[in-house]
Design a protein around this ligand. Structure first.
Ligand SMILES: *Cc1c(COP(=O)(O)O)cnc(C)c1O
Length: 352
């Protein structure tokens, strides 16, 4: 090893889901939305004045912050926008998780949390989900340096109730608690009303799933003014101009069109419920997902085998070769037609 190599920040990076370069495939592996973004987004892109690219974007992202604040009934000082919620979450880890005590998150959860913790040298402990994949809140009522979990959880789709979240917040009033609401729009209850009572709560959202804009990289945090101020201080000390002009413009347009947003959500929820019934009929079991995916295991067919068979048909789902979940598939909800083709293949493959 070269001597400079001992001073490298060595990390084991996050492994994102596959983005195959194919045109004809059914892509149910990274929880993207099968429907296009709000119609106004296309218009904004067509009308975009390229001359604006000469100028730096607004570092405060005021246009989008104001739109989101109005949408959620919050003050603009309570909203922080970043380049996808991954950027927002990483900024939160950097800003708030500086205690000597470990931060806590579930053993089965979004697999970026331990990557950020390792990279930023943040001590952490994982708490096992129970046998039914529920978060046991008592596990989080011990001394810690902060708490983070997605609600609904990923990749399980299981929701933690608001009363339990509040109990957890009450106990953890001395640390920051982050609720990652990447999938909350698909039918779970939001922790947002708790912001009024708890100034240590951060609720994080993304445009990548429910708003069909994973390619625009927009995420945001909502919290007390004090928390947002601390987040902005760190962001401006790192990279002030993170969001590009066009992303800001399309983000604003998406938030303005609530009718289209709700219509898309309803379609996905209806398809999800229909898919649950079909999967149950084929011998799959799963917890009641409140997200845009179903995390399912089959009574006789090993998950990895089915995953490979689907892939050969250019149907992509997500498989995690990890303890406790290596016999499960995470199936993103696509269009009705995509789900029919997926189910049709599975039915044939299982000989049903
Ligand atoms: C998809 C996802 C994110 C990241 O979303 P981006 O906004 O695209 O960075 C964060 N948390 C969870 C739980 C997710 O599933």
């Amino acid at each position: 090893m070269k001597s400079w190599e001992s001073y490298v920040r060595k990390v084991v990076p996050y492994t994102p889901g596959e983005q195959p370069k194919k045109t004809k495939m059914i892509k149910l592996n990274t929880n993207e939305n099968p429907y296009p973004p709000a119609p106004g987004v296309e218009r904004v892109i067509k009308d975009f004045d390229v001359d604006r690219l000469r100028l730096y974007p607004d570092p405060a992202v005021s246009a989008l912050v104001n739109e989101l604040a109005a949408y959620h009934g919050l003050k603009p000082e309570q909203v922080f926008v970043g380049v996808g919620s991954d950027d927002v979450l990483a900024m939160c880890f950097l800003t708030f998780f500086n205690s000597e005590k470990p931060i806590l998150f579930p053993d089965i959860t979004y697999s970026f949390y331990d990557v950020w913790a390792d990279m930023l040298r943040i001590p952490y402990e994982t708490k096992p989900l129970d046998a039914d994949f529920n978060i046991s809140i008592e596990d989080y009522m011990t001394e810690n340096g902060g708490v983070i979990f997605p609600n609904p959880n990923a990749p399980t789709g299981v929701e933690l109730g608001q009363r339990e979240i509040e109990t957890l917040l009450k106990y953890n009033s001395n640390v920051i608690v982050i609720v990652d609401e990447a999938y909350v729009d698909f039918g779970a209850e939001t922790a947002l009303p708790l912001l009024e009572k708890y100034d240590n709560l951060i609720v994080v959202r993304t445009f990548s799933k429910s708003r069909s804009m994973a390619g625009s990289r927009i995420g945001y945090a909502m919290a007390s003014e004090k928390i947002i101020k601390y987040l902005n201080d760190v962001k401006y000390s790192f990279n002030s101009y993170t969001m590009d002009q066009l992303s800001i413009a399309v983000g604003v347009e998406s938030v303005k069109d609530n009718g289209y947003f709700e219509e898309t959500l309803h379609k996905i929820i209806a398809t999800r419920e229909r898919t649950k019934e079909a999967l149950a009929g084929l011998g799959f079991s799963f917890r009641d997902s409140k997200s845009n995916f179903i995390f399912a295991t089959h009574e006789s067919c090993p998950a990895k085998e089915l995953f490979e068979a689907l892939k050969k048909e250019d149907i992509y789902v997500r498989y995690f070769a990890k303890p406790r979940i290596d016999n499960y598939l995470r199936i993103t909800i696509g269009t009705d037609e995509e789900m029919d083709r997926f189910l049709e293949f599975v039915r044939r493959y299982l000989g049903r």
